[in-house]
Design a protein around this ligand. Sequence first.
Ligand SMILES: Nc1ncnc2c1ncn2[C@@H]1O[C@H](COP(=O)(O)OP(=O)(O)OP(=O)(O)O)[C@@H](O)[C@H]1O
Ligand SMILES: [Mg+2]
Length: 288
Amino acid sequence: MIAIELDHVSRDFTAPDGRGYRALDDISLSVAAGSFLAIVGPSGCGKSTLLNLAAGLLTPSAGTVRVDGEPLTGLNRAATYMFQQDALLPWKTVRDNVALGLTLGGIPNADAHARAAAWLTRVGLDRFAAHYPSQLSGGMRKRVVMAQNWIIDRGIVLMDEPFSALDVHTRQQMESELLELWENTADVPCTAENAVVRQAARSPRSHKTIIFVTHDLEEAIALADEVVVLSAGPAARIVARHQVALERPRDLMELRTAPAFVDLYRALWAVLREEVVRSQRNMPHVRA
Ligand SMILES: Nc1ncnc2c1ncn2[C@@H]1O[C@H](COP(=O)(O)OP(=O)(O)OP(=O)(O)O)[C@@H](O)[C@H]1O
Ligand SMILES: [Mg+2]
């Protein structure tokens, strides 16, 4: 079963000087329900644009986005979105930030807070429920954002470079926590407010479907079932697509030196490297 599909999707923008710019060109991509897909590509190639199309925040200039087989019109209500910049509200406590999606969805405060408390325990932040975001470290903020997203409990999770601002150790820890969360969370359990989403999903799934954007190839291989490489823009296309045949659960501390990991890294880097070089060549300050 396909959770989300881009069928010959292109997206054009108008630059401030009025000229047209094709960001994505003829992208066809289907993501199996319950799988973890990573998308890599050089800076500015169109990764966030692709996620925005999957989220229904942007409409395609050509082609169709389908969710559970149905053309997407408006927001993708089967998905949550972890944006490139975290969007915690500075005037709300950690607990209120985590509960926000539920309270906005009409869940009574007491229920929303009880569930936020359970999620804060799950991400190891129960002692920080009354803190404000400015009182947290970068890694802790990311944990709050993960709890904020996963509490909403949709079948598809869109993640845009969620850990790129973190130091290498915190980042690896967050990657492990994400995998654990994904591997141990069945998709869309039976609660009243997601009945509509469950109905739309039509069949039970074991895991949520994740589309994870990163510029870091190591991170992509370490986490995903499949890695897709986008070319440098303009008119970015898919230039490689590889399955990651590494067993789960994965030990991220050890994985990166495993021969199968290194082989796949080499194969994908050969493609990505070309695109990174091409994207740097296209930048005006490099050309000058
Ligand atoms: N709203 C917009 N209006 C005009 N151009 C846009 C708009 N959004 C994106 N673009 C252009 O589309 C291209 C792709 O942008 P996008 O943000 O998707 O890239 P990205 O791969 O996510 O980059 P990064 O790795 O730096 O986050 C860029 O050239 C960008 O300038
Ligand atoms: Mg981006």
